[in-house]
Design a protein around this ligand. Sequence first.
Ligand code: HEM
Length: 115
Amino acid sequence: MNPHENNALHILHVLSAIVAIGTIFYACAGTPETRKKTLIWSGIAGLLLLLTGIRLWQGLYGFAGGWAIVKLVCWLGLAAFAGLAYRRREKTSLWITLTVVLTAVALAMVYLRPF
Ligand code: HEM
């Protein structure tokens, strides 16, 4: 992978992570009219996060490293929360707690790479 692609993927990956997580927090407080737009942005950011992550994993590590699989599992959870937050408003604090926990796990995986 050339350095330009590497830099572009890192920037897009982290930007889409920020947007994807932001949409979950918005979904926890937004009115029902905001649902469609928020879920569209959540979907776009989530897809970009996944695709850039997989390309980085392939390009930098040749799909080696269990830590990336843990990140995939974290992504799976995060991908569901914006939709859930609109449907199950009474559980807002659960969605926020789980979002913070899964994000912390994903960050620990990429910075510590324990396995
Ligand atoms: C769950 C949400 C995710 C968050 C919050 C997240 C966060 C991050 C951050 C902050 C970095 C930059 C690390 C750095 O260069 O300092 C990164 C890099 C990376 N992420 Fe993610 N990520 C997520 C999902 C994923 C997914 C689903 C994959 C795919 C398996 C993935 C694979 C990678 C890879 C391979 C790198 C490059 C590591 C390196 O530069 O050595 N990430 N991620």
